[in-house]
Design a protein around this ligand. Structure first.
Ligand SMILES: [Zn+2]
Length: 358
């Protein structure tokens, strides 16, 4: 079969840290690798779901597409806003470009806010959170998006869309609730990996051209540092934007290892450098250059935590113990990939490009 007759499928396995793949047998993944290639690549930092989903579907970095976190400090409003409106995406997506070129494009994602950000131009754009009736009728009602089963449902839905619509291009993005809650060797984590692997195997059996990768990794965190409290103690007027902050607090409790800091009194960033748990304080231009971020949307400093630390409120202090699994910093930037093509990915951003050549 000519490769142009094959549907190009990109699957973003949300939160699939390489440690989860290593802990479970994945015959489906291995079969894809045997046809093409597999390895590890980098995701975009900050290592967050929407930043990376938008990077994958646009094939670009935040410097171009403009989505730099789940939350954005709007200097005009002087307030924090959720970066969930498609208007924040500054460039066309690859999906839009494929559709404009006459191809049939479909996207299936977990949350409806992500559907709005990546679904433009798609003949079918559905979420597990609020799926269209026809999809529910064909695949069954989706499990709660805060359950591990929602990811499996999305792959079932992908198979249905593949058979029903015969799209030229299909994008699928799952949810990371399981790796947030369970370490790689726990039964629930293994069951989640097995279910996703079965879904990949079924897609592969349909003869599609495939890239599967992840939006970010996942690490256990043990320390919480309150950067607002640090600022207050230092007598500094600054706004701290915790980048993981979104409406869906169930699994990450809005705690992650990356923040942008807006300095309002010209006091600079020295007050941040000796804070235990803070690993790096990058001035705007350095951060924008190193991680290819949009300089007008990252404040004056990018602050990154060490492997054990997340940023968040601490009652009556600056530092407290915490026990959760989460992401956001550069320590969760390594992600796995597998593809039917014999190509090497340096970034998950290259997923669609990997399928470009016939
Ligand atoms: Zn994610």
């Amino acid at each position: 079969m000519d490769s142009r007759d094959r549907t190009r499928v990109v699957v973003c396995l949300d939160g699939m840290d390489p440690a989860y793949l290593a802990a479970t047998d994945t015959p489906g993944w291995d079969a894809v690798a045997a046809e093409g290639a597999a390895g590890e690549c980098d995701c975009v930092v900050p290592s967050l779901t929407n930043v990376n989903n938008v990077s994958i579907v646009t094939g670009s970095f935040p410097a171009d597409h403009g989505v730099t976190g789940n939350t954005y400090y709007d200097p005009d409003r002087g307030d924090l806003v959720y970066m969930e409106d498609p208007a924040y995406v500054r460039c066309e997506t690859r999906l839009q470009a494929f559709a404009a070129a006459g191809e049939t494009v479909a996207a299936l994602v977990a949350k409806d806010k992500l559907r709005r950000m990546v679904g433009r131009g798609c003949a079918v754009a559905a979420s597990a959170e609020d799926p269209p009736a026809a999809l529910v009728e064909a695949v069954g009602p989706p499990p709660d998006i805060y359950s591990g089963e929602a990811s499996g449902w999305l792959l079932d839905a992908a198979l249905h869309v593949l058979d029903d619509l015969c799209p030229d291009v299909l994008y699928v993005s799952t949810t990371d609730v399981v790796p947030h809650k369970h370490a790689p060797t726990e039964d629930r984590a293994r069951a989640w990996v097995e279910r996703l692997d079965e879904g990949l195997a079924a897609l592969h059996d349909r003869g599609v051209d495939l890239v599967a990768t992840a939006d970010h990794g996942m690490n256990r965190k043990s320390v919480r540092v309150d950067l607002d409290a640090v600022a207050e103690r230092a007598g500094v007027d600054a706004t701290v934007v915790r980048l993981i902050r979104d409406r869906h607090t169930y699994h990450h409790r809005n705690l992650g290892g990356a923040a942008y800091v807006y300095s309002h009194d010209g006091s600079g960033g020295d007050w941040l450098t000796d804070v235990p748990g803070v690993e790096a304080v990058l001035p705007r231009d350095d951060a924008a250059q190193r991680f290819r971020l949009a300089p007008d949307r990252i404040g004056d400093y990018l602050v990154l935590g060490d492997p054990d630390t997340v940023f968040g409120p601490v009652e009556g202090g600056v530092r407290a113990p915490v026990d959760l699994r989460t992401h956001g910093s550069h320590h969760e930037r390594t992600v796995p990939y597998v593809t039917t093509r014999d190509v090497e990915l340096r970034y998950n951003v290259e997923a669609f490009a990997a399928l470009d050549n016939p």
